[in-house]
Design a protein around this ligand. Structure first.
Ligand code: 5GP
Length: 212
């Protein structure tokens, strides 16, 4: 039984190459889940195999900047020469309709979400080691050597921000990491700050029914 019918806003963050996308996909394979992924907008070019409207909405720099001016992002950031942002339109509606909305974003964007939505759950996905991160970025083979170096330098800085998050999940194994996130979400739903009001209403209703 769920006391608060609203979904959670779940921010998955962590350095590029840590496997956030893979962990998120494993999470979405849970049975009977009610997760919805917030598809970001970016000015980066699509990688081979990436699909418009499923991996990202790919737009020009001009279009992105116009949307910034129009206040259409919950958050946005520049990452290694490109813009990335979370379109605001669907996020609130999904939460109110009881879905868990998952954002997969870098740390600057997560910081902005924390200011606007302090009730969100902030999960930092961390690599088991720095070498593991380097290996993964190299093996992915989608970026040139200098871009990999930039992403690794950025990762070093991002790892320093771990204390801004509510939880750390080490991605030593994708399924283990997804399991830990499921446990976090269950626990978060039970927190009194989210559920006490619903519980008290429920008690009052049953009390009212009994005294009829
Ligand atoms: P990639 O180019 O590897 O797809 O993404 C680069 C970084 O941008 C990753 O850390 C990814 O999580 C992050 N990112 C993706 N979408 C968003 C977004 O909407 N906002 C922010 N702030 N970061 C994002």
């Amino acid at each position: 039984m769920k006391l608060n019918q609203n979904g959670l806003l779940i921010v998955l963050s962590g350095p590029s190459g840590v496997g956030k996308g893979t962990v998120r996909k494993a999470l979405f394979e849970s049975e009977g889940h009610n997760f919805t992924y917030s598809i970001s907008m970016t000015t980066r070019s699509p990688r081979v195999g990436e699909v418009e409207g499923s991996d990202y909405y790919f737009v020009s720099k001009e279009e992105f900047e116009q949307r910034i001016k129009d206040g259409k992002f919950l958050e946005y950031a520049e990452f290694v020469g490109n813009y990335y942002g979370t379109p605001i339109d669907k996020v609130e509606q999904n939460i109110e309709e009881g879905r868990e909305v998952v954002l997969e974003i870098e740390v600057e964007g997560a910081r902005q979400v924390k200011q606007k939505k302090p009730d969100a759950v902030f999960i930092f996905i961390a690599p088991p080691s720095f070498e593991a991160l380097h290996d993964r970025l190299r093996r992915r083979g989608t970026e040139k050597a200098e871009v990999i170096k930039e992403r690794l330098d950025k990762a070093r800085r991002e790892l320093m921000l771990i204390n801004d998050y509510d939880y750390i999940v080490i991605n030593d194994d994708v399924n283990n990491a997804a399991d830990r996130i499921r446990a976090i979400i269950r626990a978060e739903h039970a927190r009194t700050k989210r559920s006490a009001e619903g519980y008290i209403e429920l008690l009052e209703e049953s009390n009212h029914d009994n005294t009829k």
